[in-house]
Design a protein around this ligand. Structure first.
Ligand code: SIN
Length: 362
């Protein structure tokens, strides 16, 4: 499938900052630069002939180092992308972003965006001012994927170093390599070389238009959604929209000698949820386990994930999760488990059964 069919697709490139928009004092400097220094319009100028592949509009939404990404900006970004994709003349959106939290933003948008049109995120490991900057080619490839009919209905995609990943599966896996992203458990969805875009498979989990999660749904719509019958086993449609701040959900890690001090502090500060990055398949040090068990007794949603970086955390049912009131994260990393838990709680899902249903579905 090529993106050179006529008329050219109209793609809006939304800038949020990151190394792809980074600037250093000299071209030989690839560390110690300022992320998010350049406007998104300048990034487009660095891609030769971009207007022969798509009709491009650009729009800055933020200029940040993505380590400083906030949930408020996630909400604003999702709202803006929905508005852009609602335009009949817009075929897709590309989001330029820092690499550090890209996978979190991508999964948030994957759950919330309400359009089957392509949303493609990209980034770079070298600043825009560096020799052999990787941003321009990543941006070109992201635009070409966003303009491809083959990218429709696949949820939010991440295009990086010639590979196309699903937002649910992708992770940053190297602190310095130019090939910094992978989908550790599944492999990429596909790849792009110049005009050739190949998808090898589909992600099976529900996303975008197929999730019940909504931003700012008007009350009348929410009431209609809440009263609509759901079939057995189906996740209940969220009875209200996410129209304010997301709930407080934090991550704690299990390791040799860990205490329960962090968990107790989070509970005392009013945390709504805690994700634990357990050892191995989601095992938890007995001291941390005692703290988390008490947290669950006090109504805090507790999700068991793994710090390993690949593989699954299985729901161990009666053996302990059900008794302790824990949810298991399946194949989601602790960072993505946190995103889903925030969205699920903000949408009104409560209790182990409803929350586990969300983790088994999205
Ligand atoms: C950032 O995440 O904004 C800085 C690092 C990067 O983009 O590689």
């Amino acid at each position: 499938m090529t993106s050179s069919t006529f008329p050219l697709p109209r793609i809006v490139v939304v800038g949020t900052g990151g190394t792809i928009a980074g600037a250093a004092p000299t071209a030989t400097q690839t560390t110690g630069y300022q992320a998010g220094a350049l406007p998104v319009s300048q990034l487009l100028e660095a891609v030769p002939g971009l207007d022969t592949f798509a009709r491009i509009e650009s729009e800055p939404v933020a200029s940040i180092d993505s380590k400083d990404m906030s949930t408020a900006l996630w909400l604003a970004l999702a709202q803006r992308i929905d508005a852009l994709l609602a335009r009949d003349d817009v075929d897709g959106v590309v989001v330029t972003h820092g690499t550090d939290t890209l996978e979190e933003t991508a999964y948030f948008l994957h759950l919330l965006v309400k359009s089957p049109k392509p949303v493609v995120m990209t980034a770079a490991m070298r600043p825009a001012t560096a020799i052999s900057a990787d941003g321009p080619l990543n941006l070109l490839q992201a635009v070409r994927v966003a303009g491809s009919p083959a990218a429709h209905g696949r949820g939010v995609l991440v295009v990086f170093a010639g590979r196309i990943h699903s937002a649910r599966e992708v992770a940053k896996t190297s602190t310095f390599s130019i090939d910094a992203f992978a989908s550790p458990e599944t492999g990429p969805l596909g790849w792009i070389h110049d005009a050739q875009i190949e998808f090898e498979r589909r992600g099976e989990r529900l996303h975008t238009v197929a999730t019940p999660f909504r931003l700012g749904v008007r009350e009348a719509d929410a009431a209609r959604a809440a009263s609509s019958a759901s079939s057995p086993g189906e996740i209940q449609v969220a009875p209200y929209a996410i129209d304010g701040a997301l709930p407080d959900v934090d991550i704690v890690t299990s390791y040799a000698g860990v205490t329960r001090i962090a968990v107790d502090a989070l509970v005392a500060s009013g945390a709504n949820g805690i994700v634990v990055a357990g050892t191995g398949g989601g095992s938890i040090h007995h001291r941390l386990l005692a703290g988390l068990s008490d947290a669950a007794d006090q109504g805090v949603a507790v999700v068991r994930a793994s710090r390993v970086g690949a593989g699954h955390v299985l729901h161990n049912g009666a053996a302990s999760d059900d008794r302790l009131g824990f949810v298991s994260a399946g194949s989601l990393s602790p960072f993505k488990a946190r995103v889903l838990l925030m969205v699920a709680l903000a949408s009104g899902l409560r209790g182990v059964d409803e929350l586990q249903g969300a983790f088994d579905t999205f």
